[in-house]
Design a protein around this ligand. Structure first.
Ligand code: ATP
Length: 757
């Protein structure tokens, strides 16, 4: 089942004008006008054209909180009680209404998804308990934390109690767990509201130019529902995540502190975009570990149901940001999530345990440490050799009873997983699936005679199991299967550990170092160098770092020289350097994730595309995330989900080519057959033509860029988007230009050819 993606366009704010509205919700074909599924937005380059994006549902500025909840969130409650984990997250640029959607206001009508969700959970609790005449008990507990500047902080703890390094995240069989998180039982809606309101005071928010109450952190609320019957315990978790919004710092006027926050937010969102990109390209390595938020969100790795609410501002000032968000959402909706329910665990015979915990012992149960460790959960470890470990959603506490049962020797150990359950992409509600409860072993199912109340025994059992699981989780961290060679993994872990523990501002620098090393491990020299360069300001006096950079520069230069030397023919004009695809730069202020695709096809392109057709491009097709409408008569087909991707007909074959080479340009050689044009250029110097071309590119002026030979509206927009991602960075040479998304070697050739200098 795919991630369900719905878009919500917020109303105009006080200072926004109706005439600036550019984002609209539309119905497609025979859909009811009241249930739009398409977001339409003009092409920033040519407003007579428009882009349209289809999602599971689209809500316009008149949609109420009640509507969003009833149509999107309420149906998930049933699934939660059937044992499915649910993840709901709000994504969007700063000031687009994520917090309004998730938390909302104080009045009844204004309440957001989270309070309404809790209200529905308690209502369902009461119903279940009533229907079962007390035979089933339901307990609700929650943890709430934020990721601020890439550190995890418990929102149930006041800020003064925080350690600067925050709470660590540990891996346990591919699942990330936050260690030391408080989990609060919460029996009534009123109790929840008190806890939630208090915790929200602890959340990091500040005024920025774009939002008077801007969230400076990603906030993650986990609500754990435990259903206990005479014989079974079933745990499932709903996670409601209010992500911080991406920010274009040229618009925010952020001060230093806000800038640091902003760059951390943007970085994590950039990594999220990279993860989504890697998933959609079916890459074996998904860079989850490069930010805490992505580690915790584990998009595409979590089981259960995932709902993304894409928040959008309707106005022109957000134009490019909105496009980027829409592109991101468009990819996210294709991510498949395994719809796997949590198995109920069979309760231990109560007698022996009760005996061990009766009397004064009860008072001595180590409640606090257990609460602190409750986020850890161990999987069943009975995989057969070669079995792929079951993917699990992260962080949340002991939701999978399979984990518990593996720790309960007398229980039925069969770890059963259900097949992913498909539902139509456009269905409004999540599909229904009855929960399947296994049968207990007859010899153990005999009812016990507890000396305590059932609820307290169960609580104590759960606490004991949590404690064991937490201990084991910590022990097992080191045993988790490394994706990289042991030695390298150890060094990365050590570095990561240092980042987590770092108390000064160098944590940011260490993050860059970590990424540099990861790139190095994959032989991605250019990206590694870039990361080292980003890290360098944090360690200005570090000679070792300087030497590393120097060595890398030398290696890259040597590679280029070797390539040039080996090039004997004047044609082809572009000499490929056999290197893996690389990342050109890490934007520190991504308005929203726009990936930089460095795959540059070297095969010859057809001279001219004649007639545009819509195709569903392969995942590695270049430039597949921008889709201008070429002609008005094609407009209707935009509304179709897969027709979103536009490619000139003649270029279709091109997308099948797998060449992924980084190009080396010989300045002017390919343009001017006269060798005097090249030999006169000392190494490292650029010809006036190249300088002029780079000046145009770095102007970021879409009109100038579009005027270049071989650059259409789509390409110009893609280039400007990439440049925006690069913030202050400039494109310094033709190789870097060819690495921009949607450019490539031949485009660079064309651009240069068309310049009259
Ligand atoms: N659907 C809506 N109806 C009315 N007001 C809204 C709506 N959505 C957002 N707003 C208003 O827009 C402003 C920004 O919303 P909000 O703070 O929720 O944005 P955000 O996306 O969470 O921003 P950030 O990422 O900076 O935290 C707030 O004043 C909020 O009340």
């Amino acid at each position: 089942m795919s991630v369900r993606v719905v878009a919500r366009i917020r109303p105009l704010l006080k200072l926004e004008l109706d005439k600036d509205t550019i984002v609209t919700a539309e119905s497609q074909g025979n859909e009811a006008p009241s249930s739009p599924t398409v977001v339409r937005i003009p092409n920033p380059r040519n407003e007579s054209e428009s882009f349209s994006f289809q999602f599971n549902s689209v809500y316009d500025n008149e949609a109420t909180q009640q509507q969003i909840f009833d149509q999107e969130v309420k149906p998930t409650v049933k699934h939660l009680f059937n044992g499915f984990d649910v993840t709901i997250f709000a994504y969007g640029v700063t000031g687009t209404g994520k917090t309004h959607t998730m938390r909302g206001g104080k009045s009844l009508a204004d309440r957001g998804v989270i309070p309404r969700l809790l209200s529905a959970i308690y209502r369902q609790n009461r119903k279940i308990e009533k229907d079962a005449a007390g035979a089933t008990q339901v307990e609700v507990a929650m943890s709430y934390y934020e990721i601020y500047n890439d550190k995890v902080f418990d929102l149930f703890e006041p800020p003064e109690k925080r350690t600067p390094a925050g709470l660590p995240i540990r891996d346990n069989h591919g699942k990330s767990v936050v260690v030391g998180l408080t989990e609060r039982p919460c029996t009534t809606l009123k109790e929840f509201e008190q806890l939630y309101d208090q915790a929200n005071i602890n959340r990091s928010t500040s005024a920025t130019k774009l939002n008077a109450h801007s969230s400076r952190s990603h906030a993650i609320l986990c609500v754990k529902v435990t259903q206990t019957t005479e014989t079974t315990v079933r745990v499932s978790t709903v996670s409601a995540i209010d992500l911080a919004g991406s920010e274009d710092n040229r618009r925010t006027d952020n001060n230093k502190e806000r800038l640091v926050e902003s760059s951390s937010i943007n970085k994590s969102l950039f990594v999220l975009a990279q993860c989504v990109e890697a998933i959609s390209r079916k890459q074996s390595r998904i860079p989850y570990r490069e930010s805490k938020m992505t580690r915790i969100l584990s998009l595409g790795q979590n089981n259960g149901l995932t709902l993304m609410i894409l928040n959008l501002a309707p106005v022109r000032s957000y134009h490019l940001d909105t496009l980027s968000s829409l592109n991101f959402a468009n990819r996210t909706k294709k991510i498949e999530v395994a719809e796997v329910e949590n198995e109920p665990a069979f309760r231990l015979p109560a007698k022996p345990l009760a005996a061990s915990i009766t009397g004064p012992n009860i008072q001595r149960q180590p409640l606090r440490p257990l609460a602190a460790a409750s986020n850890a959960k161990i999987h069943a470890t009975d995989h057969k050799l070669g079995d792929k470990p079951a993917k699990e959603f992260s962080v949340y506490s002991d939701r999978n009873s399979g984990g518990r049962s593996s720790n309960m020797p007398h229980q039925n150990q069969s770890s059963r997983r259900t097949e992913p359950h498909k539902r139509p992409a456009d269905s409004i509600t999540f599909s229904s699936r009855p929960s399947k409860v296994g049968r207990p072993n007859g010899s153990r199912a005999a009812p016990s005679e507890p000396t305590l109340s059932k609820a307290s025994i169960e609580a104590l059992i759960a606490q004991r199991i949590d404690e064991k699981l937490a201990e084991k989780a910590l022990q097992d961290t080191a045993a988790a299967a490394p994706a990289l060679p042991d030695e390298l993994q150890k060094r990365l872990d050590a570095l990561e550990q240092r980042i987590e523990e770092k108390e000064d501002g160098r944590g940011e620098g260490l993050q860059f170092l970590l990424m540099a090393k990861q790139h190095q491990a994959r032989n991605e020299d250019a990206s590694a160098l870039r990361m080292f360069q980003l890290a360098q300001p944090f360690f200005p006096t570090n000679d070792k770092l300087r030497n590393k950079m120097k060595a890398l520069e030398d290696r890259i230069r040597a590679k280029r020289d070797a390539e040039k030397a080996s090039e004997t023919k004047p044609e082809p004009k572009l000499a490929p350097l056999t290197a893996p695809s690389t990342i050109l730069s890490l934007p520190t202020s991504a308005p929203a994730p726009v990936h930089i695709d460095l795959s540059v096809p070297v095969a010859k392109k057809p001279a001219k595309a004649k007639k545009p057709v819509y195709v569903d491009p392969p995942s590695d097709a270049e430039d597949d995330d921008f889709a201008p409408a070429p002609d008005a008569h094609h407009d209707a087909s935009y509304a179709s989900d897969d027709s979103f991707h536009y490619k000139p007909k003649a270029a279709r074959k091109q997308t099948k080519l797998k060449a992924k080479k980084v190009l080396i340009f010989r300045d002017e050689t390919s343009l001017f057959p006269n060798p005097s044009n090249t030999s006169s250029l000392p190494p490292g110097e650029q010809s006036p033509r190249t300088t002029h071309l780079l000046r145009i590119i770095n102007s970021r002026d879409v009109t100038q860029i579009r005027a270049l030979k071989g650059v259409g509206a789509k390409k110009a927009d893609a280039i400007v988007s990439c440049l925006i991602e690069m913030e202050e960075e400039e494109v310094r040479d033709l190789e870097s230009l060819a690495l921009l998304k949607g450019v490539g070697g031949r485009t660079v050739e064309n651009m240069r050819l068309g310049l009259a200098v």
